[in-house]
Design a protein around this ligand. Structure first.
Ligand SMILES: CSC[C@@H](O)[C@@H](O)C(=O)COP(=O)(O)O
Length: 348
C-alpha cells in the first residue's frame, strides 16, 4: 500500500474542529484507514489498544483527548478525571504525561467557557512543535550520517533501526527516521536494516511501510539477526527512538533495544538514540525507576495478518507467555543522543 507523497501528518483536527483524525495503525500496511476520535474515551482506547502509538503520538492524541473532554464539560472535576484516565492508558512513554501537563497548565487558571478552545490550541501547538522538533533532529542527524558516509563513500550507508520511530510514531518525520529521510533526500545512498520488532511487528509493518513510501532502500530482518550483521561489518550505525530518557541518560525503548546496544558495543558500531526534549524525563533518576509496560500475553501467543474479508488471528502456542513491552539501555552503551539541539555525546 503506497501513500500519495512521501510522509504525512499522522494526526489532524477533523473538518468540524471537534475531533481528531488518526491512522488506524493496527491495519497498516494492508489498509490505510483514517479514523476520527471524538471523545476523550475514544482517544484513551486508541492509545491503549495501539491504534496509534509511539511516544510523541501518544502525547499528541492524549492532548486532544483532554481538549475533547473539556469541550463536553470544562469543569475542574472533568479536567482532573480525564487527565488521570488518559495518563493511565500507557505507562512508559513520558511524552504522555508531558503533553497532558502542558494542556492542563494552559487551561487551569482560565474561566470554564474558555478552557476547551485553549486546550485545542495547546494540543495543536504541541503537534506543530513536534513536527519542528523532528525536522531539527533530522538536520542534526543528517550531519552525522554525512560524516559516517564519508568514511566509506563507495557503498551505501547501512543503518539498523528497531521498532517504529517514524512519522507514524510522531506528528511528522519521526525521530530515528528523520535523519534517514533527510539523508535520502540529500542524495546519500542509505539502506536500512529494519528489525521486525516482535511481538507487534512495528518494524516489519510500520517502519518498512514508511521507508517503502519514501523510496528508501530497506530490508526487514528477524530481531535476532542484528548481532550477526554487525559482526559482519554490515551495519554502520544503529539509530533508535525512545519512550523516555532518564536523568542519567538511560534509554527506555521497545523491548529488544538493549540487546542491539550490547551487540553494537561489542562490534564498535555507534549506537544513537534520537529524541526531542519532550521525551527527556529529568525527574526520574535512572532507567530502573521507569514503569515498564506489561502487555497482554496474547500479543505474543497469536499472530494477526490480512485474510479474505479483513484481518485474521492464529494461535501459535498454548503455553503461558510474558510480554514486557520495553527495556532499558544503560547510558554507557549510548554513543550519542540526536536531539533538536544537536548530537549530545554520552559521558557515562
Ligand atoms: C518516536 S517513537 C519512540 C518510541 O516510542 C518507539 O521507539 C517505540 O518504542 C514505540 O513503542 P510502541 O509500543 O509501538 O508505542
Amino acid at each position: 500500500m503506497i501513500l500519495e507523497g512521501q510522509h504525512r501528518r499522522s494526526i489532524a483536527r477533523t473538518a468540524d474542529g471537534k475531533g481528531v483524525r488518526i491512522l488506524d495503525q493496527r491495519l497498516l500496511p494492508w489498509e490505510v484507514r483514517w479514523v476520527e476520535l471524538r471523545s476523550a474515551e475514544a482517544a484513551a482506547v486508541a492509545i491503549h489498544e495501539m491504534w496509534t502509538r509511539g511516544a510523541p503520538m501518544i502525547g499528541a492524541t492524549a492532548a486532544y483527548g483532554l481538549a475533547m473532554a473539556l469541550a463536553d464539560d470544562p469543569g475542574d472535576a472533568s479536567l482532573s478525571r480525564t487527565y488521570q484516565a488518559l495518563l493511565a492508558t500507557r505507562p512508559t512513554a513520558v511524552n504522555l504525561r508531558w503533553a497532558l501537563d502542558e494542556v492542563r497548565t494552559a487551561v487551569a487558571a482560565l474561566p470554564e467557557p474558555q478552557r476547551a478552545d485553549a486546550a485545542f490550541a495547546r494540543a495543536g501547538a504541541i503537534c506543530e512543535e513536534d513536527a519542528a522538533l523532528c525536522r531539527a533532529i533530522g538536520e542534526h542527524g543528517l550531519a552525522l550520517l554525512r560524516t559516517l558516509h564519508a568514511a566509506n563513500p563507495d557503498r551505501p550507508l547501512n543503518i539498523l533501526t528497531h521498532c517504529n520511530a517514524g512519522w507514524l510514531a510522531t506528528v511528522d518525520y519521526g525521530t530515528a527516521t528523520a535523519p534517514i529521510y533527510l539523508a535520502h533526500d540529500a542524495g546519500i545512498p542509505v539502506h536500512v536494516w529494519v528489525d521486525e520488532t516482535r511481538p507487534r511487528n512495528q518494524g516489519a509493518l510500520l517502519t518498512a511501510f514508511e521507508l517503502a513510501n519514501h523510496g528508501v532502500a530497506h530490508t526487514v530482518i528477524a530481531d535476532n539477526a542484528g548481532g550477526l550483521l554487525m559482526m559482519q561489518g554490515k551495519v554502520d550505525a544503529v539509530i533508535v527512538g525512545t519512550d523516555r530518557v532518564t536523568a542519567n541518560g538511560d534509554v527506555c525503548n521497545k523491548i529488544g533495544t538493549y540487546l542491539k546496544a550490547l551487540a553494537a558495543a561489542d562490534n564498535n558500531v555507534p549506537f544513537y538514540v534520537a529524541l526531542p526534549y519532550t521525551t527527556f524525563d529529568p525527574a526520574t533518576p535512572t532507567g530502573a525507576d521507569v514503569p515498564i509496560e506489561e502487555r497482554a500475553p496474547e500479543e505474543l501467543t497469536r499472530l494477526t495478518g490480512p485474510a479474505a474479508g479483513g484481518m485474521a488471528t492464529v494461535k501459535i502456542t498454548d503455553s503461558p507467555a510474558a510480554n514486557p513491552a520495553f527495556d532499558v539501555t544503560p547510558a554507557r552503551l549510548v554513543t550519542g543522543y540526536i536531539t533538536e539541539r544537536g548530537v549530545l555525546v554520552s559521558v557515562s
